[in-house]
Write a protein that binds this ligand. Structure first.
Ligand code: GLN
Length: 189
């Protein structure tokens, strides 16, 4: 199975390694035409304003929206989660706007710029997920078509809407491949 990783900026290489480890073929995506051939797309963490600007410049915004409407699955981590939100609180930066939620950038505050949290996520079994948060956003509001999968400090940090999955943290920086495996199973559904 071919899965693309948006490779404009940020932590895309780690996602590619994780996908390969899970048995998928990872492709770095920079041009609109490269989206034709993939069953799923990962939008990595990084700086969402930069990723958004480059997505507009490289003509990727509309093409990703079109491919999503055709059923291509998307997984956004951290800045990738911000890119998927309809509403980014206090910002008019470019976005895909595909998920019915409002996100708050850097929502965990300065004292907690980066931290790790262990959380139990029923979908991933009885072993807690160890999540690495780096200047992470969270979901402040989600409409009822969004499935909330994990909450930390009363903040939503994993969610799913149809074939779109988001995590506020970076599983690609850990050894835990369950979330990537879950994304692959979403594509296969
Ligand atoms: N704070 C970044 C942003 O707002 C996201 C950080 C990350 O992706 N690790 O885009």
């Amino acid at each position: 199975m071919k899965i693309g990783v948006l490779a404009l900026q940020g932590a895309f290489r780690e996602h590619c390694w994780m996908l390969e480890r899970c048995g998928a073929t990872a492709l770095e995506i920079r041009k609109p035409a490269e989206l034709d051939d993939i069953a799923g797309l990962i939008i990595p963490g990084g700086e969402s304003t930069t990723i958004g600007k480059l997505m507009v410049q490289w003509g990727l915004m509309e093409k990703i929206q079109t491919r999503a409407s055709q059923g291509m699955a998307i997984y956004g981590t951290c800045a990738g989660m911000i890119m998927l939100a309809k509403e980014i609180i206090g910002s008019d930066q470019p976005r895909l706007g595909l998920m019915d939620m409002a996100v708050r950038r850097n929502g965990f505050g300065r004292q907690r710029e980066s931290f790790e949290a262990a959380m139990l996520v029923p979908e991933f079994g009885s072993e807690p997920v160890c999540a690495v948060f780096i200047r992470a956003p969270y979901i402040e509001r989600a409409s009822e078509n969004i499935e909330v999968m994990a909450i930390v400090d009363d903040k939503i940090v994993i969610a799913r809407q149809d074939k779109m999955l988001v995590t506020a943290f970076h599983p690609e920086l850990t050894n835990d491949d369950r979330i990537h495996k879950y994304f692959i199973s979403m594509i296969n559904e």
